[in-house]
Design a protein around this ligand. Structure first.
Ligand SMILES: [Zn+2]
Length: 101
C-alpha cells in the first residue's frame, strides 16, 4: 500500500507528493473561482432563450397520405384546400398543378 515513488537521487524537481499538493491547491482555487457569484452579479446574467423544440406528437400530418413529416411541409393545393403535405405528396401536387395549366 506504499505509494511512494521510486527514489531518484538525481531528481531535484518537486516530488510526486508535492506535485499532487500543487494540483490540489490549483483545483481548490479553480473551484473557489467557479463558485456562484453574489446575487447582485448573478442578476446581470442573461438567460439564453431555450430553443423551442417541436414535440414529435405535434408534427404536422400530411393531408394527402396522412404520414407525419418534418419541416414546414408544402401547400397541397389543388389536391387539398387545407393543411400541409409531405415532400412525397408534393410531387403529386406539382403534377396536378401542371395538369391545370
Ligand atoms: Zn404525404
Amino acid at each position: 500500500m506504499d505509494e511512494e515513488e521510486e527514489y531518484d537521487e538525481w531528481y531535484c524537481g518537486p516530488s510526486k507528493k508535492e506535485l499532487k499538493e500543487q494540483a490540489d491547491a490549483r483545483r481548490a482555487k479553480m473551484l473557489a473561482e467557479q463558485s456562484p457569484p453574489p446575487r447582485s452579479q448573478r442578476k446581470s446574467h442573461k438567460k439564453t432563450p431555450r430553443r423551442i423544440l417541436i414535440p414529435v406528437i405535434d408534427r404536422e400530418r400530411c393531408v394527402i397520405c396522412g404520414d407525419r413529416f418534418d419541416g414546414p411541409g408544402h401547400n397541397p393545393e389543388p389536391l387539398k384546400q387545407k393543411g400541409r403535405c409531405c415532400n412525397t405528396c408534393n410531387l403529386a401536387v406539382i403534377n396536378a398543378r401542371w395538369k391545370m395549366l
